[in-house]
Design a protein around this ligand. Structure first.
Ligand SMILES: NC(=O)c1ccc[n+]([C@@H]2O[C@H](COP(=O)([O-])OP(=O)(O)OC[C@H]3O[C@@H](n4cnc5c(N)ncnc54)[C@H](OP(=O)(O)O)[C@@H]3O)[C@@H](O)[C@H]2O)c1
Length: 305
């Protein structure tokens, strides 16, 4: 079966994708910043500051999926943190591109994560891939730099290149969901500001299946929104989350001013409104496993994934 090299494969999406690919008979290997002798997957080290990738990683590789990047909301957006957020996406993309160029036998496709942050803060506007990208904010700036690097990868490698503009990935193992459910232990659940901003969520298995779709369907190229077809406002999503988990919790607002004071510019992550629709994936015939939020939550909880 085909070999898939996943950069950043140790992360939230990468771990689940590795599991699904392995169960489907693919051979999976990881590119990581550190050796990981205990990993289930052969792991090859890379280092962007040294322009280095262990070349053995590319042996027999049919697909490369790049999921690497420093966490967007892991720490405050200082100047150096912003640089790291961009560099860890752009430089990793450029480094892989450079190594692919050297390969005699090139992979069938280069696939990458991107993010819906590219659309910026857009209120109630319904957004598809045909919509204009955002005009301001660090999320837009970083996503544009990332997508430019992905586009260059496609042009310079001469291989099929496609990327998912990933929405809010739902998983019990990390990302936004555990942070949203934590206050429920204290019988509260928070929405942010007036809660009217749109959240475009996606079940982690749908993201993984979309990457597999990008691998299999050779006609797919370019950028695809990876969000469920039913985005919700932040307030509605919070209420539905409480209901889906069968919790008793008072749904209360976290005031915008307090969020700005505590998180600074990074509050964009929770306050920006992104009402996004996966038009291109649906046009490609992708069938969602989970298009309804409560069903997605119940499934994640039942499977603990
Ligand atoms: N989760 C979401 O809701 C979401 C939403 C939109 C977009 N995305 C994008 O989708 C991709 C995968 O998301 P995820 O949630 O799986 O991310 P994640 O759990 O944070 O994992 C990303 C991986 O990137 C690697 N990494 C971290 N910092 C790095 C750095 N400075 N330089 C190079 N590599 C670094 C790490 O692998 P090693 O430690 O093994 O090197 C890490 O496991 C990311 O690019 C993310 O921005 C995710």
């Amino acid at each position: 079966m085909s070999k898939v090299l996943i950069a950043g494969g140790t992360g939230l999406v990468g771990s689940r994708l590795s599991e699904i690919l392995t169960n489907s008979g693919y051979q999976v290997a990881h590119l990581s910043r550190k050796k990981n002798p205990n990993s289930k997957y052969p792991t090859f080290v890379w280092n962007t500051s040294k322009n280095f990738i262990d070349e053995r990683a590319f042996e027999g590789v049919a697909y490369i999926i790049n999921l690497a990047g420093a966490g967007i909301a892991d720490s405050l957006w200082t100047k150096s943190r912003k640089k790291l957020i961009i560099d860890s996406r752009v430089e990793t993309t450029e480094l892989i591109t450079k190594y692919i160029q050297k390969l005699e036998t090139k992979p069938k496709a280069y696939l990458s994560a991107a993010a819906i942050g590219i659309y910026g803060d857009r209120g109630d506007e319904e957004l598809t891939e045909a919509s204009a990208i955002g005009k301001k904010g660090f999320l837009v700036e970083s996503c544009v730099a990332w997508e430019n690097a992905i586009r260059m990868a496609g042009e310079q490698n001469g291989i099929r290149t496609a990327a998912l503009r990933v929405g809010i990935v739902l998983s019990t193992k990390g990302g936004a969901l555990p942070k949203m459910t934590l206050p429920m232990n204290f019988f509260t659940a928070s929405y942010f500001g007036d809660g009217q901003q749109w959240y475009s969520w996606i079940h982690i298995d749908d993201v993984c299946q979309m990457f597999i779709e990008l691998m299999k369907n050779e006609s797919l190229e370019g950028f695809y929104n990876a969000t469920a077809p039913n985005p919700l406002t932040n307030k509605d999503l919070t209420k539905q989350l409480v209901k889906a988990l069968g919790k008793r919790a008072l749904v209360i607002p976290a005031p915008k001013a307090a969020l700005r004071m505590g998180m600074g510019e990074m509050a964009d992550v929770v306050l920006n409104s992104n009402r996004i629709f996966p038009a291109r994936m649906e046009m490609a015939g992708y069938e969602f496993k989970f298009s309804e939020f409560q069903a997605a939550i119940k499934d994640l909880k039942a499977k603990d994934i």
